[in-house]
Design a protein around this ligand. Structure first.
Ligand SMILES: Cc1cc2nc3c(=O)[nH]c(=O)nc-3n(C[C@H](O)[C@H](O)[C@H](O)COP(=O)(O)OP(=O)(O)OC[C@H]3O[C@@H](n4cnc5c(N)ncnc54)[C@H](O)[C@@H]3O)c2cc1C
Length: 465
């Protein structure tokens, strides 16, 4: 079966990978000249990488880890110590850690929380622990039900002091969806906490050993093409053409290399584009269908990824750090955490700037200046005196519409991978799967999409015979 897929992000590539595994022929069309979508990265004039986002892989990503195994590239994941490390704004330059001992879940998580005495009082820990009991016992049903309220409202409902938000969850909420706890759906935080507490290595983090397009996406492309699939760059989908019964007749594709347009027909069609772009391409005959009209409720959230190259080392911490800064979310010294970016003498900080709605239209220089002010608080001794650390260069990547903004009520808008149109399917982190907007979600959505297509194909074969 020939399947045309628009989009070579993780969802589109995963869909193609699992289709070739079933003996189908996927043809992936990517609009840009770089693989990976939200994990895309580029080299600057000095050969240094800069990325769309600082990306962390978690132990609680079964489909992603399985994919690494199937591609035989597991050694590219650089696992860090099982800890979560937060900056302490009240004591600039210091850190507070949650260290997970090597014992079964949920005891390791409970132990990590109980043994941290910098951030939460005993009363706060007990109230918070009690609040989590329904999520632990009732699982997914409870998590889905909580999508009616924000995380801050969920905390209030469980009489958990506002301070818990200030200490831990502003940082976690910004890390998970680039927005604060007043905006984010409680389903998102509860889902993450549930996985982190229920799975022994759920919160264990890994960095990829290099840039995702080369170290993760290219092996997927090699796998797909070695088995008869195709991946074409610079080939944006321009229009979805329909038959009289509203099924897809063809995709109109622009070939940017050859400056021409062509029509491509197949047995099945997939959009693996981001939701904001797919919405612009929905044919008018489909607009009234619930699965498509609901997408108006999903909108990408702005985020900015910052790279700062310094002339000295700022830290020796080989891990992700939660900045707890009002402007910044998580950051890492990539010269330590990532093998390909390694520099023994100088730091390269990669930082996520969020919430970014008031900054996305500001100049790169404004954003760097504001970030440097925040860094003076995170590294108070490095930017003072005669021997100040100097910024050598910077790169800013703005994504005005990144992952869907996971506000309360969003879960209802997320479509299934199987659409109401017989030969048209959806993949993408925004489609319904339990890992929300993440790399794991994108990979799982692609896998589910491939399964849906394969099921439809098997039915057709059965009917024919
Ligand atoms: C700053 C940042 C940090 C992040 N950090 C993490 C993290 O630490 N951990 C984690 O798990 N997740 C993280 N994420 C989320 C993760 O990157 C995404 O959830 C995931 O990569 C989305 O994959 P996708 O395939 O669904 O969509 P996308 O990656 O958006 O892929 C869609 C593809 O479609 C292409 N396309 C668009 N229009 C067309 C067209 N007309 N024709 C053909 N192709 C088209 C795009 O160019 C793109 O390649 C982060 C995201 C950002 C932005």
């Amino acid at each position: 079966m020939r399947v045309v897929i628009a989009g070579a992000g993780l969802a589109g590539l995963s869909c193609a990978k699992y289709l070739v595994d079933k003996g189908h022929i996927p043809i992936v069309l990517e609009a840009r000249d770089v693989l990976g979508g939200k994990v895309a990265a580029w080299k600057d004039e000095d050969g240094d990488w800069y990325e769309t986002g600082l990306h962390i892989f978690f132990g609680a990503y079964p489909n992603m880890l399985q994919l690494f195994k199937e591609l035989d590239i597991e050694d590219r994941l650089q696992w860090k110590s099982h800890s979560m490390i937060f900056n302490q704004p009240s004591e600039p330059g210091t850190y507070s850690r949650f260290d997970f001992p090597d014992i079964p879940a949920p005891v390791n998580g409970v132990s990590a929380i109980l043994s941290n005495n910098d951030m939460l009082s005993w009363n706060e820990k007990i109230l918070f622990g009690l609040g989590l009991v329904p999520a632990m016992l009732r699982g997914q049903k409870y998590l889905d039900k909580c999508d009616t309220k924000s995380w801050s409202d969920w905390l209030k409902e469980h009489n958990i002091p506002e301070r818990v938000n200030d200490e831990v969850f502003i940082a976690m909420s910004k890390a998970l969806n680039f927005i604060g706890p007043d905006e984010i759906s409680s389903t998102v935080l509860l889902t993450a906490l549930n996985r982190f507490l229920q799975e022994k290595n759920g919160s264990k983090m890994a960095f990829l050993d290099g840039a995702p397009p080369e170290r993760l996406c290219q092996p997927m492309v090699d796998y797909i093409t070695a088995r008869g699939g195709e991946v074409h760059m610079n080939s944006p989908l321009r229009q979805i053409n329909l038959n009289e019964d509203s099924t897809v007749k063809s995709f109109t594709i622009a070939s940017l290399d050859k400056n021409e347009k062509k029509e491509l027909s197949a047995d099945a069609y997939v959009s693996a584009m981001p939701v904001d772009l797919f919405k612009l391409m929905i044919p008018k005959q489909w607009k009234g269908l619930d699965a498509f009209s609901k997408l108006d409720g999903l909108n990408g959230v702005p985020v900015i990824n910052i790279h700062l190259w310094f002339d000295k080392k700022l830290t020796d911490i080989d891990h992700l750090l939660f900045s707890r800064s009002p402007l910044l979310s998580v950051y890492a010294d990539m010269s330590i955490t990532c093998k390909e970016y390694e520099d023994p003498n100088r730091s390269m900080l990669e930082l996520v700037f969020a919430p970014a709605k008031d900054w996305i239209n500001r100049s790169d220089q404004d954003i760097v200046d504001a970030t440097m002010e925040e860094l003076k608080k995170l590294f108070p001794t490095h930017f003072m005196g005669d021997d100040k650390t100097k910024l050598r260069k910077f790169k800013i990547v703005k994504t005005p519409r990144s992952v869907y903004k996971a506000v309360p009520g969003c879960q209802d808008f997320r479509p299934s991978q199987k659409s109401p149109i017989k030969n048209f399917f959806l993949a993408g982190d925004y489609t319904m799967q339990k890992y929300l907007a993440s790399m794991e979600g994108a990979v799982l959505s692609g896998k589910l999409c491939a399964e849906s297509i394969n099921k439809q194909y098997s039915k057709t074969i059965q009917n024919v015979s």
